[in-house]
Write a protein that binds this ligand. Structure first.
Ligand SMILES: [Zn+2]
Length: 238
């Protein structure tokens, strides 16, 4: 169909990137565009956006922390760490910190968890410095359970452990913990959180950890949840 002026006005009110994308095509190609082609364009824009993330730089909210490839800077410390509010979070250490956006998102998640489940989320670990991870490894925690220092998602200031950083078997033996896990599995992506290690060492690099959640932003976390894949599976499929 020929693009009519009302439709152009509609496009201009759409999200700017999409409008710009369509107008770019509009000016470089021809003035005739089928509605089904427009729908295809929407899908392409969506896929492009997903692949636009920065997985490399240490301070990216979508930093991929590979079990074999560490942070660029060994001593990387996020600049926007802050303490979590205790309103709906039970803080077992008294000094739990995440990066700004991730902290706000987790506080929102915890508030809704409290509304639904009537309990505060118990947080047992969050940001851990390089030095802290060195201490943990000194207790002989094996590599498939605890990342080597310089390689831990906790150094990103985006990862958080809830209730019990123990074993998958322990979680499975507890109906209470499994209820909490199910709530997180159904809802955490709506706040940008993802369960990093769901498949075991071969695929994700670590044992299955129902307690370990990391912030990726709503868009990427929701995409992974919808596809039912982990960040590692997604990253290696690119
Ligand atoms: Zn963890």
């Amino acid at each position: 169909m020929v693009l009519s002026s009302w439709y152009l006005i509609y496009l201009i009110h759409e999200e700017r990137s999409q409008t710009q994308y369509i107008l770019d095509i509009f000016t470089t190609h021809d003035f005739y565009i089928e509605k089904n082609i427009l729908q295809d364009l929407d899908t392409e824009v969506e896929e492009e956006k997903i692949q636009d993330f920065d997985f490399i730089f240490d301070d990216s909210y979508q930093k991929y922390v590979d079990p074999e490839v560490p942070f660029i800077e060994k001593s990387y410390i996020p600049s926007d760490l802050r303490r979590l509010s205790w309103d709906y979070i039970s803080d077992t250490r008294g000094d739990l910190r995440l990066r700004g956006t991730a902290a706000q998102a987790f506080e929102n998640l915890a508030q809704d968890f409290y509304r639904d489940m009537g309990e505060k989320v118990v947080v047992v670990s969050s940001y851990r410095s390089y030095e802290r991870q060195v201490q943990i490894k000194a207790w002989w925690c094996p590599d498939h359970l605890c990342a080597k220092a310089w390689y831990s998602e906790h150094q990103s200031g985006l990862a958080i452990d809830v209730w019990s950083a123990s074993t998958e078997a322990y979680w499975k033996s507890s109906p209470r913990l499994m209820r909490f896990y199910e709530w997180f599995y159904e809802n955490a992506h709506l706040y940008g959180y993802h369960n990093s290690y769901q498949n075991g060492v071969e695929i994700d690099g670590y044992a299955i950890e129902p307690w370990h959640w990391r912030y990726l932003g709503v868009e990427l976390a929701s995409y992974l949840r919808e596809q039912e894949i982990t960040f590692a599976e997604y990253y290696y499929s690119l």
